[in-house]
Design a protein around this ligand. Structure first.
Ligand code: GDP
Length: 298
């Protein structure tokens, strides 16, 4: 992902090479190219506008450092602004002062929540924690089973309603899980919640009820990076519905054009915290805005 955006931006900057001074026309031509490249990568229009506006202003007004030629100066400004729209500094997980830390996952069905629950547990274990997974997605018949498989792969305990007790109440399951975590000495609880194929009032209410019941330290909104322009609308709906604290981009390994990654943090004001890049437990990493910007401008 980002390959095409990356190639386009690199080609744009090549045109600036060797120029002694940049005229306003040079800057405008560059901005036009950046704008097209971002729109083709599915970045949301308001984000593109704000981004290119800031670059134009800085490119025309900032003193050129003596160590850089004007072309390099533009690349530097674009890099800094990219880091900024990707969320600025790396945002690390917020742990509760008194365990267990509660991390709730929210997002559409198929976004990658259950897979992410396993990857997060696997990563937390490598960081020295004792995570526990909670099956509060009781909507899909197979969801509990899927979480159990993922838990086994991650080597993490899964708390789920007893089979045969009917569908169960996800809010109750989530609430009960906190006592279970305390008694079994799990210091991090990851609550998987139900998703739907589209935004749905009932789903949002259930997620909001679980949020109220377990007072999570983090609510992570998991979003499929491949959904392109729909990412912003979905993120806004979840921000309003459950007020998440951070974003996880899943399926970054796919042929997504990167628009979701470049739009969601800026539009919601919430940081991207993790990136999930495949089906195996290890394909998961903390999200570093500066490294991602370097990758795009590489
Ligand atoms: P949920 O409905 O939000 O719980 O989504 P799932 O975790 O069940 O994931 C939906 C599908 O996407 C499954 O087939 C997963 O194997 C797949 N998936 C999840 N995360 C990733 C990822 O990072 N990369 C790829 N390629 N596939 C993923």
């Amino acid at each position: 992902m980002f390959n095409s955006l990356s190639d386009r931006l690199t080609a744009t900057f090549k045109n600036l090479r060797g120029k002694g001074r940049l005229s306003e026309a040079d800057v405008d031509a560059t901005i036009r190219e950046i704008r097209r490249a971002l729109l083709d990568a599915d970045v949301a229009l308001p984000v593109v506008r704000a981004f290119t506006g800031r670059i134009r202003e800085r490119a025309l007004s900032e003193e050129v450092s003596s160590a850089l030629n004007p072309g390099q100066q533009v690349v530097k400004v674009v890099n800094e602004e990219l880091v900024d729209i990707l969320g600025g500094q790396t945002r690390r997980l917020n742990y509760a002062k008194r365990p267990p830390t509660v991390i709730m996952l929210a997002g559409l069905q198929g976004a990658g929540k259950t897979t992410l629950a396993g990857k997060l547990a696997h990563w937390l274990k490598s960081e020295g924690h004792r995570p526990m997974l909670v099956a509060a997605d009781l909507q899909r018949p197979n969801a509990v089973n899927q979480l159990e498989i993922v838990g086994e792969r991650a080597g993490a305990f899964v708390y789920a309603p007893e089979p045969g007790n009917g569908i169960g109440d996800p809010v109750q399951v989530a609430t009960d899980s906190l006592e279970v975590a305390k008694s079994k000495l799990h210091d991090v609880v990851i609550v998987d919640t139900a998703g739907r194929l589209g935004i749905d009032k009932e789903l949002m209410q259930q997620a909001a009820d679980i949020r109220t019941a377990v007072s999570p330290d983090e609510v992570l909104f998991v979003i499929d990076a491949m959904i392109g322009q729909d990412a912003v609308k979905t993120a806004e709906a979840f921000l309003e519905g459950v007020d998440f604290t951070g974003v996880v981009l899943s399926k970054l390994d796919g042929d997504s054009r990167g628009g979701a990654a470049l739009s969601v943090a800026e539009v919601t004001g919430k940081p991207i915290m993790f990136a999930s890049t495949g089906e195996s437990m290890k394909e998961f990493e903390q999200f570093h805005p500066d490294r991602m910007a370097d990758r795009i401008l590489d």
